[in-house]
Design a protein around this ligand. Structure first.
Ligand SMILES: Cc1cc2nc3c(=O)[nH]c(=O)nc-3n(C[C@H](O)[C@H](O)[C@H](O)COP(=O)(O)OP(=O)(O)OC[C@H]3O[C@@H](n4cnc5c(N)ncnc54)[C@H](O)[C@@H]3O)c2cc1C
Length: 565
């Protein structure tokens, strides 16, 4: 029998043994879940949302690159779905017949279609517009769940075909290749990877200077594209409606932003989320989250992110992905945010959820070992990993000092590595004294980690004293990195009050509106890791994102009383 982790990886819910509603994007394709049949009773309910029409054979209903495609329910006849084939031309992906419906992941957002739909024969279809689809998604819960599940499984099937014609080419181990690959994977975009070894490149000169590259289906090649250029080219970018004034704009689609969006949209507020890279934030980069309530066997960050993302789409959140907000200002009670490239987003209120970036070890292959030997927290949970083992703590601040002392209580020995010549200028004296006195902690000043080794997990670490040149290698499998986090708040400089490190100041104690999330600008709130003094965890980020919406409601009601719309 498969263990529970295998079940999760294959899209099954470990607890119930039922298929998970939203599978991991890497799950094995399940045709039965991708192509469910609607019942006659469902078809009757759907009639009120659509317009019946008879369409001749061989008519293209939508094609690659089309946005805002409509949904078609087949009452008689059929629709065939085609994918571009890697040899050029098209190949068939699905044949929808009576009581089937068209659409895959792009049906839930306004990204470009990655498939083409054509009538197979003369067909009687129920055409459901995007506007009506949104209504039905809210009102018909059972059908909405069926559609959401089918669309994501269909995208998994399309990704498994890897035939969109998009080829990502690069050298194995190249960090740029990994960056682009992560973008494709985290946006669920079908692609094929062609990894070249350095030996395959022309000898001499800059053989790899044209790599990594993305070969598009029409043969054009993008060399080392930026995420923005790639997202625009592939139709992943979704722009805000320039005419709209949203009730709430959430900046950032990490756990706090997605939680805020789900609560706002489900409570009837017109909601847009602007995300610079891909939904999921830092949590999306975690290979396994074990301390998030409700997932006793853990859940991958990517899976948690895709569940939250789909939940937001289901409630009608507009997601504008792949463009960062670069400035914010408030004019006559309306917040005007500007996307990179100049496009404005107007909103009555704003939730800042742009998170932080934890400083990573400056070692080439550190990402291979994240959560498989490298950790950025030292809670009771992590301490269980340290029993009777030698471990490393990196960092000269208080968080590193606390971690070293705490973990020394369970680990066999703590090797505490700091870059500076002493702890004096960076750590509180009481922590320094305890570290000095502990027989279970050895301090290495002027030192830096240089090499990480291991097969599937971290097994050995090498560090060097930059002053003496002495190098130490030890068979160590746990490193706790506490070298600080940098808030993603550059776009707020000069707009809201920030603390010395750039985290957003909030709350009544700072003299703002009487809620923990109010910033110095009325109607602008901050949640999650970007907020000064927040607890940097997924559960607290989700909690803050959910709770802040009650403040937004209060603000909008007051605003309406004072200035009308
Ligand atoms: C490797 C790793 C493992 C972790 N494991 C755990 C764990 O097991 N358990 C746990 O509780 N916590 C864990 N954490 C911490 C947890 O992930 C964070 O506390 C949480 O993700 C914070 O959520 P957030 O929404 O506030 O911010 P983030 O997750 O940082 O999300 C912010 C989002 O905003 C976007 N953004 C930034 N600037 C802009 C802009 N100007 N315009 C538009 N978008 C922007 C970013 O692209 C990002 O998607 C881990 C962190 C890391 C790095």
């Amino acid at each position: 029998m498969a263990n529970s982790d295998d079940q999760l990886a294959s899209g099954q819910d470990a607890q119930s043994n039922e298929p998970a509603a939203v599978p991991a994007i890497t799950a094995d394709f399940r045709r039965d879940l991708a192509f469910p049949k609607l019942t006659e009773e469902m078809i009757q309910r759907l009639q009120q949302y659509g317009r019946e029409e008879v369409v001749a054979a061989e008519v293209t209903l939508y094609t690659l690159g089309d946005r805002e495609t409509e949904m078609f329910v087949i009452l008689e006849g059929g629709i065939d779905i085609f994918l571009p084939s890697s040899e050029g031309g098209h190949k068939i992906f699905a044949r929808h017949r009576r009581f089937d419906f068209s659409g895959e992941f792009s049906l839930l957002n306004s990204q470009s279609a990655v498939a083409e739909a054509r009538t197979a024969t003369e067909s009687r279809l129920l055409r459901i517009s995007r506007k009506d689809l949104r209504l039905l998604m809210r009102a018909e819960g059972d059908i909405a769940n069926l559609i959401v599940q089918a669309t994501i499984w269909r995208r998994i099937g399309i990704n498994a075909e890897a035939s969109s014609g998009i080829v990502l080419r690069g050298c194995a181990g190249d960090a740029e290749l990994t960056r682009l690959q992560r973008f494709f994977v985290r946006n669920y975009y079908p692609h094929r990877i062609e990894e070249l070894s350095r030996a395959d490149l022309p000898a001499g000169g800059n053989g790899d200077s044209g790599l990594p590259s993305v070969v598009l289906s029409d043969g054009r090649v993008l060399v080392r594209p930026t995420i923005t250029a790639l997202a625009d080219e592939l139709g992943i970018t979704e722009f805000p409606d320039p005419q709209a004034t949203y009730d709430v704009t959430v900046v950032g689609a990490g756990p706090s932003g997605l939680a805020a969006a789900v609560y706002a949209a489900s409570e009837g507020l017109s909601t847009i989320v602007v995300e610079g890279t891909a939904p999921g934030g830092q949590a999306g980069t975690s290979s396994k989250i074990e301390n998030y309530l409700g997932f006793p066997t853990g859940i991958s960050g990517q899976q948690l992110a895709s569940r939250a993302h789909l939940q937001a789409l289901k409630f009608g959140v507009h997601l504008a992905i792949s463009r960062e907000i670069v400035t914010a200002q408030q004019i006559d009670g309306i917040h005007k945010l500007t996307l990179a490239g100049g496009m404005p987003v107007c909103s009555r209120s704003v939730v800042v959820a742009t998170g932080a970036q934890y400083r990573r070890l400056a070692v080439m292959n550190h990402s291979e070992f994240e959560n498989r030997g490298i950790y950025y927290a030292a809670t009771a949970m992590e301490s269980l990993l340290c029993r009777q083992q030698e471990i490393i703590v990196v960092g000269g601040g208080n968080s590193a000092g606390q971690a070293a002392i705490f973990l020394a209580g369970v680990a066999q020995h703590v090797h505490h590595i700091v870059r500076g010549p002493s702890l004096a200028s960076t750590m509180s004296q009481y922590l320094i004294s305890r570290i000095d006195k502990s027989p279970h902690i050895t301090l290495y000043t002027d030192s830096e980690i240089e090499k990480l080794e291991g097969e599937s997990a971290l097994e050995s670490v090498t560090w060097t004293n930059r002053r003496t040149g002495e190098t130490i290698t030890k068979p160590i499998g746990r490193i706790f990195v506490m070298i600080g986090a940098e808030p993603n708040s550059g776009w707020l400089y000069g707009t809201v009050k920030l603390d010395k490190k750039g985290f957003v100041l909030t709350g009544a104690s700072d003299g703002f509106e009487n809620t923990p999330y109010a910033t110095s600008v009325p109607g602008m709130y901050a949640v999650g890791d970007v907020r000064a003094n927040s607890v940097k965890r997924i559960a607290s980020a989700v909690g803050e994102g959910s709770v802040v919406i009650s403040d937004v409601h209060r603000y909008l009601a007051l605003r309406t009383q004072l200035i009308g719309n």
